[in-house]
Write a protein that binds this ligand. Structure first.
Ligand code: HEC
Length: 164
């Protein structure tokens, strides 16, 4: 066997072995209503936009695409989901303090505005997540209303930038 063939065979064996690694770890059944949308009136439009643009990485339910069955793609996706949920989880909304809730919504407005979220690699594979200016505006209006409502209900300070 030539050296090249040995290397190619080695890579193939590793790739085949990798297929045995389990992935798809975020498979709680999708809730009829995510807790984030229960607390404050949310239009179906905004609810669906957030579900389709953010929900795969920021809820307890991911709609895994077919290519998630292929390693190392599956592991890569699971890593995004795990990290995404750590930062913000629309199903963990009720576990956040009002202060944290406000902070998270502020962060959402920021990352949508800056185009940081939804992640570019995700939008490429999910055209539905490519937010239009109108969708961004709708989310922003909703987010502002939610923040006002949290402020009023919990007498929160104006700016919260400290507790990440
Ligand atoms: C493909 C997965 C994915 C999608 C889709 C996605 N996110 Fe994220 N999100 C992440 C990951 C991973 C992180 C943490 C790493 C980082 O900051 O880049 C994150 C971080 C965040 C943070 C915390 C940012 C910070 O400054 O710490 C917020 C807020 C957020 N996402 C909101 C959203 C919103 C809103 C959407 C939908 C419009 C969205 N994300 C879509 C994966 C995703």
């Amino acid at each position: 066997m030539t050296r090249f063939k040995k290397i190619a065979l080695g890579v193939l064996v590793v790739l085949l072995g990798m297929q045995l690694i389990p992935s798809k770890n975020n498979t709680a059944p999708e809730l009829e209503k995510h807790p984030l949308f229960v607390d404050y009136p949310t239009s179906h439009t905004v609810e669906n936009t957030i579900r389709f643009a953010c929900g795969d990485c920021h809820s307890n339910h991911t709609e895994y695409p077919w290519y998630s069955n292929i390693q190392p793609v599956g592991m890569w996706l699971d890593h995004h989901v795990e990290e995404g949920k750590e930062h913000f989880n629309i199903d963990a909304w009720n576990e956040y303090t009002p202060k944290k809730q406000k902070h998270k919504i502020e962060e959402c407005m920021e990352v949508i505005e800056s185009g940081e979220m939804p992640m570019e690699s995700y939008v490429k594979m999910h055209p539905k997540a490519n937010l239009t200016e109108v969708q961004k505006k709708e989310i922003k209006l909703w987010a502002k209303g939610l923040i006002d409502s949290l402020d009023r209900r919990h007498h929160l300070p104006k700016e919260i930038r400290s507790d990440r």
